[in-house]
Structure formats: structure tokens, C-alpha cells
Design a binder for this molecule. Sequence first.
Ligand code: SF4
Length: 360
Amino acid sequence: MSTEKNWTQAEVVALYNKPIMELLYEAATVHRTYHDPNKVQVSTLISIKTGGCPEDCAYCPQAARYHTDVKAERLMSVEQVKAQALAAKAGGSSRICMGAAWRNVKDGPEFDQVLDMVRTLNRLDMEVCCTLGMLTENQALRLSEAGLYAYNHNLDSSAEYYEEIISTRSYDDRLQTIENVRKTNITVCSGGIIGMGESIANRADMLITLASLIPQPESVPINALVPVAGTPMEEMETVSIWEMVRMVATARILLPQTQVRLSAGRTNMSREGQALCFFAGANSIFAGDKLLTTPNPAINEDMELFKTLGLIPQQPFEKKSQPKTIAMEDSQYQALGEKPQWSRPDHKIQRNLDKQHQEK
Ligand code: SF4
């Protein structure tokens, strides 16, 4: 069934602002058409390389320039990652997402180690996702060959508002990375964050950009900003549950077949609030007590909530079959040692510069 529709900003803002009962009914109807409303996919995020990131994303405690409590760490070993993945699997997770605080992937021993992690986790019969920053087509092909199921690269916000939060890489570079992933068999995971001071029109524009990708992303995480001391966004107000419900419902209507994931900010939501988000069309969560560096509900709490609501964790590879893992020695794609021309705009967002100088 085709889900294509060319949405205008005015239509999406009107949808977002509908009386909440109508919006919920419409979103839940779409949800039931395309998904089993009682199934929720459970992912666990492992921060395989924490902190020390050169970028200036105003919300992120891993940016080296903001001097938060996050300390830069080395890349984890394959064995460490495997042990955490097995624990997550035992807790009910079907997917592992490995996050590295890198600007972009660089060919070399660290990327080879990540490829080894992908091969190892795919052999555990789990869906494997990576979020490693910008990526060339050849690097995407190498990940695909290793058995990667999904690649996450968030848009974060609309093209217009993005320039208020990040100045060290461009929106077009983000879209280019998504396009590079699309040239392979890897599925696309891309979403954004609300509560960074953006307008509803900005939220609508971000969803329109995601909905206009052909095909639409298989997975769209919706994050609520978790303001972290030391970042330029430390004083932002917490997003209300109603904004989250509206955002999830609107995403569900624009992206009918996508798995819409409740991501950061879930610790600020009540169980009832999360239940409303599931009713509005969220059908994926991040489990585990940490999301990279921010707090998250423990997996036991999630499983209790699932029991209360009669929800069932989705099994791995229900939506798409398991990719094959090709051993390193049989690989068709070698490291090219590319030096891609990702844009390097000046660091120009005043509040980000102020924060950096203030903390020197
Ligand atoms: S969001 Fe990612 S790219 Fe941006 S500062 Fe944090 S780790 Fe770096």
C-alpha cells in the first residue's frame, strides 16, 4: 500500500494542533492499519565510544567543548560489547544500537573493530544498528557486508532550526549520509529531538523531510530533550507529555509503516504518559538504564509496564530478514582510506561559542 503524500507545513501543523482525542483516534487508526498495536520493538543502546566529540551539538554532553561530567573514553572491546549485548538479549531486547561519539567514520583499525562488533552481534541473532556519525557509501557497504541491520543518523530538527543548534556539520551532509546508507541493504533510522526551543512549524518541517525520503525511514526516534548541565541547553524546560503525544501521533500519521521510537526523555514520563504514546503509535523503545549518557528506565520497569499494558516485545527480524554476515577475508569491499569532503562550516552559533569560552 502506498503511503506517499506530499504534506504541507500548514497541514502538518493543523494535524499536530487537532483536539487531542481526534488526533489520537486518527493516529491509532493508522497504527492499527499497518502494525500490531500490541507489539513494541525493544532496543538497547550501547555507547561503544563515549565523549570527546569535536562537534558542537548544543544539546549534547558528549561534545568535548562543553566540559560536562562526561569523560572521553576509548572504543570498547568486542568482548565487552558482546557481554552487554547478551545481557540485553536476556532482558528482552531484539536490537543493539552501538553509538560512537565521532564526527564521521574513518577507515582504520577502530572502524575494523566496529565491523567485528557488527559481525559478532549479528551472529547472536540480534538486529544490529550503529550510529557513528557521517558515513561514505563504501563504509556503508562494508557495514552492510558485516551484517548491519540499521544505521541511525538523526536529522535532529528541521533544516531551518538545525542552524540554531549545530554549526560544525551541515544538514545536507546528514541527508547525504542517509542517502549513502540507502544505497545498501541497511535500513534507515533517523529522527529528531523536541524541546530545543523550536516551533511547532519546525517540528512539522522535520517530519515532512523524513516523510519525503523515498522510501521513508524504517525507524524514527522521537527524543525529548534531556537538558544537561554544562551544555548550552541546560536551562531549557522539560517537554510536556502532551507535546510528546502530539509529536508521536503526528509522526505516526505521516510515517505509517515506520517504527516510531520513544527515545530520550522517557524517565520524565509517567507510565500513563508512555501508554498514551503507545496508543498514539509509538511502537519501539530504548531499554536499559542509560541512553548513551542520559538516564533511562531500567529494563525491568519496562517489562512490568509491558505486562500491565498487555504489550509484547517484537521478535528480531519480524520486519525484514536477518542480513548475512560475510567474513572479513571474503569481503568484496576494502578500506579506501577516503578523505570525504564533509562540510566544515565555521563554529558560529553564539550560545555554543559563549558556553565554550565560559568554561575554559
Ligand atoms: S550528538 Fe553526536 S555528533 Fe553531536 S556532539 Fe554529541 S556525539 Fe558529537
